[in-house]
Design a protein. Structure first.
Length: 208
């Protein structure tokens, strides 16, 4: 793919990672948030960014698959972690960039994704823009990636037995997007029943 002109804005595909065993909160992505399954909420919240591909560990129920209005790619390397799942989905991306999102971040929305895309434009379209907390912790599943270079780096990492999404950042032209406490609710993962209760309280203060 040709490089992006600093004045141009490429089309972006959204890739939602919906894998994992979810042993602490089984079937968490199907839990309702404001009346719709969590995974569907994330997809709809990012709909204005671009077309969507969902990387899934197992098929969704038909009702959820229909509501997603997205291509669902099943992880062809189950058990090898989120990097393998994201790489499988990224192989179907036809745009120059994709925005990677975690399916268990019900607070993530198009406003945040647009900030990351704007940061990419400001940085003359690097290979990756990754949100980063003050302590250096990165949020690779709320980040923007250049499809071709990221996919090559991911393949190298997987061949080396490295499974974390951040392993695919090696050798890429990386821009870090600084986060602060105001971003905590947006990027909060739901991993436990308590996380789920907090997520409901954030989106609907009267929820219990």
């Amino acid at each position: 793919m040709p490089p992006v002109s600093p004045s141009a804005e490429p089309r972006v595909t959204v890739v939602i990672v919906a894998g994992g065993e979810a042993s602490r909160l089984p079937r968490k992505l199907e839990l309702p948030v404001l009346g719709i399954p969590m995974i569907v909420r994330v997809r709809r919240s990012l709909a204005s960014i671009g077309a969507c591909i969902v990387a899934a560990r197992i098929p969704f129920a038909q009702s959820i698959a229909d509501a997603l209005d997205a291509r669902v790619v099943l992880d062809d390397r189950p058990g090898e972690g989120p990097l393998a799942a994201l790489a499988a989905a990224a192989s179907f991306v036809e745009t120059q960039y994709f925005f990677a999102a975690a399916g268990d971040m019900p607070g993530l929305d198009a406003s945040f994704a647009s900030r990351i895309i704007d940061a990419a434009a400001d940085a003359a379209w690097p290979d990756a823009v990754v949100p980063t907390w003050p302590d250096g912790t990165m949020e690779p599943l709320a980040a923007l990636y250049a499809t071709a270079p990221w996919s090559a780096a991911a393949a190298d990492a997987l061949r080396a037995g490295r499974r974390n999404v951040t392993a695919a950042l090696s050798g890429l032209r990386l821009a870090r997007y600084p986060l602060d406490t105001g971003d905590e609710a947006t990027l909060a993962n739901v991993n436990t029943p308590e996380d789920y209760r907090r997520a409901l309280a954030r989106v609907a203060p009267d929820a219990r």
